[in-house]
Design a protein around this ligand. Structure first.
Ligand code: FEO
Length: 399
């Protein structure tokens, strides 16, 4: 238990060893935490729990420190197993404890956990008096699941935001001013890029709604990672930027290669971009972490994507990344395709199809090279990169 405000405690679990989250979908190079909060007011309220594998440690600690019998109510801001997974164990002894959640939350918990617990469905503006403090609920559907809500603790100026504003980061520290800022903001933008991006419009609307409520906020406590206490609105300001079809004016070259010909093309294209003052990262999709790749795509104004042709298709690492990119619904980004081939040569057309279907604007025809590129063909690749670079202004907008 770690006190974060008068009568308010972090009672979560730090998962130092976690390396994959959402099955195998999300890399967590630095672990994560499942942040649960306990308010020991006249009423004793628990906000969210921890991921299922850690239910015993979590419930034992709570029982030891406060006594499960003393809990008056539980708020579940979001029913995914990393936040509601310990409920079943927690409620074994006290199945009567009221659970405050959204309508979708109650439906989804019944489907997920097969229990008809004591659900108290709440909507935006509903509240619960605890004594000194009052909980006020704000629905936030699709940030990032249909059931998500935020809980504002009136009197403590504390917003318990669940997944939004979180980061997958295990740290000995609790607060944003105590940790390496580069590491913190990298994990925050990676989280946004990989999980929140498809819901940009909803983020924009929700932040507007929150600001209109004029709630004093001096701490934002997400359900993963570090708590924002030093200028907590800085992460809200970041989200306002990130939800606005964000880019940093950069270009990323993504490629996969069988025998190195497509790699030679990628490096020549990068030279062309550099010639135009647009330095590009060059990423082999088979050798680079997929969520870090997505973070680079998120930061880029443009991507240039290449693969050798294999069996009339593209290489599997590229197919996997293109599927992820499509699902994230990026907007206002530009792209082009390239690749080497031996005989059939479908890869460029296939990549262009993926990019178009994913909402990218193809700003030039793709570049195909038969077998290993000659010196002249590499010059053509440099020119291809230069042409793309010319289309990216120094501020990242299209010329
Ligand atoms: Fe952290 Fe959507 O669960």
């Amino acid at each position: 238990m770690f006190q974060i405000k008068e009568k308010i405690y972090w009672v979560g679990y730090k998962d130092w060893e976690l390396r994959r989250f959402h099955g195998e979908e999300y890399s967590t190079h630095k672990g994560s935490s499942y942040n649960s909060y306990l308010i020991k007011d006249e009423k004793l309220a628990l906000i969210d729990t921890v991921w299922t594998p850690f239910h015993e440690e979590f419930v034992d600690e709570l029982d030891h420190k406060v006594g499960i019998d003393k809990i008056d109510l539980i708020v579940i801001n979001h029913c995914e197993v990393d936040h509601a997974g310990s409920l079943a164990h927690l409620l074994e002894r006290r199945p009567d404890i009221p659970i405050y959640c959204t309508k979708k939350g109650s439906e989804m918990m019944q489907k997920s956990y097969h229990k008809n617990w004591n659900f108290n469905v709440v909507k935006t503006g509903d509240s619960v008096e605890l004594g000194q403090y009052k909980l006020i609920f704000v629905e936030a559907p699709m940030l990032h699941w249909p059931d998500t809500m935020l809980t504002y603790v009136q009197g403590a100026n504390l917003l318990i935001s669940n997944d939004p504003f979180g980061q997958h980061l295990a740290s000995p520290h609790y607060y944003n001013d105590q940790v390496d800022q580069g590491e913190l903001f990298y994990e925050a933008i990676k989280y946004y890029a990989n999980i929140i991006t498809p819901f940009n419009k909803l983020v924009k609307a929700k932040i507007k709604e929150l600001k209109a409520l004029n709630l004093p906020i001096d701490m934002i406590a997400p359900s993963h990672g570090i708590i924002w206490r030093d200028n907590p609105m800085q992460i809200v300001e970041k989200y306002e930027k990130w939800c606005n079809n964000y880019h940093e004016g950069s270009v990323t070259i993504l490629y996969d290669t069988m025998w190195g010909a497509t790699k030679k093309m990628a490096l020549a294209i990068a030279k062309g971009l550099e010639n135009k003052g647009v330095p590009a990262k060059v990423i082999n999709t088979a050798k680079y972490d997929k969520n870090d790749i997505i973070t680079e795509v998120f930061r880029s104004k443009g991507i240039i994507v290449g693969s050798s042709t294999i069996n009339n298709g593209i290489l599997s690492s590229m197919a996997s990344i293109l599927e992820m990119i499509k699902g994230l619904k990026f907007k206002e980004k530009v792209a082009a395709a390239f690749g080497s081939y031996g005989w059939s040569g479908e890869s460029v057309k296939i990549i262009e199809g993926w990019l178009k279907d994913s909402g990218f604007e193809l700003v030039q025809d793709g570049k195909k090279i038969n077998w290993d590129p000659t010196g002249d063909e590499l010059k053509e690749c440099i020119a291809f990169g230069e042409a793309f670079g010319e289309k990216i202004k120094s501020d990242g907008s299209i010329q």
